[in-house]
Write a protein that binds this ligand. Structure first.
Ligand SMILES: N[C@@H](CCC(=O)N[C@@H](CS)C(=O)NCC(=O)O)C(=O)O
Length: 212
């Protein structure tokens, strides 16, 4: 089986990158520069017409959307228990991944690139402010869910990788927010995992190459 991940530094493609490392699979990574708008190159649009990362190409077949990629990986590598298998927790994991994609992720993009969400001149700060309020509401929910837990379920899963990316993505903005101890602790535990260390070392490598 040939696996290729299309990936960009800082972007949500970190989630499948960490999960691929956790799977123990052999895979290639093709870095894309979102900064240089490479996602709009004709060659890339043939792989993903949505012009987004991540894409996991499985034996020549592109699969998009984090939720689908993580589910595919969990099914392909069942021994690694990348998602819970007990039916009640399996559906909870799907619900959490869907929330990561549709609830936690979008306000981060509005903070990063507010002009994309409202064309009214001078509206950027307002878009940012509202998005930040949404992030704080969401983080409060995640923080409550993680209380007293090492991971979201009784063992590490790809849901933890997704929650970690959201936490880290926000951290890159360096905006002061109230403390979220449980979520912060989760982030610290994630940073100790080999999969995360390898993914972040790769990110540094790609960024250094781009800056050279
Ligand atoms: N729903 C998609 C979201 C993918 C997405 O928004 N990716 C961002 C990076 S975090 C992207 O490629 N942005 C490029 C752009 O919008 O031009 C998923 O979960 O995979």
């Amino acid at each position: 089986m040939k696996l290729t991940l299309y990936y960009a530094p800082i972007a949500c493609s970190l989630v499948p990158l960490v999960t691929l490392h956790e799977s123990g699979a052999e895979f290639d990574v093709k870095p894309i520069s979102l900064k240089n708008k490479q996602q709009h190159d004709a060659e890339y649009l043939r792989i993903n017409p949505k012009a987004k990362v991540p894409v996991l190409v499985v034996d020549g077949e592109p699969l998009t959307e984090n939720v689908a990629i993580l589910t595919w990986l969990a099914n392909a590598f069942p021994d690694k228990k990348l998602l819970p298998t007990e039916p009640k927790n399996a559906i909870k994991a799907l619900s959490l991944m869907a929330w990561c994609a549709s609830g936690l992720h979008p306000p981060l993009t509005r903070i990063f690139d507010p002009a994309r969400y409202c064309g009214v001149p001078g509206s950027e700060e307002s878009v940012r402010k509202l998005a930040l309020e949404e992030v704080i509401r969401n983080f409060r929910i995640v923080d409550g869910m993680l209380a007293g837990k090492e991971w979201m379920f009784d063992h590490w899963t790809a849901v933890d990788a997704y929650l970690f990316w959201v936490w880290r993505r926000f951290g890159v903005f360096k905006i002061e927010i109230p403390p979220f101890q449980n979520y912060a602790g989760h982030g610290e535990r994630m940073m100790k995992r080999d999969s995360v260390k390898r993914a972040l070392a790769f990110e540094r490598e790609v960024q250094a190459r781009a800056a050279a």
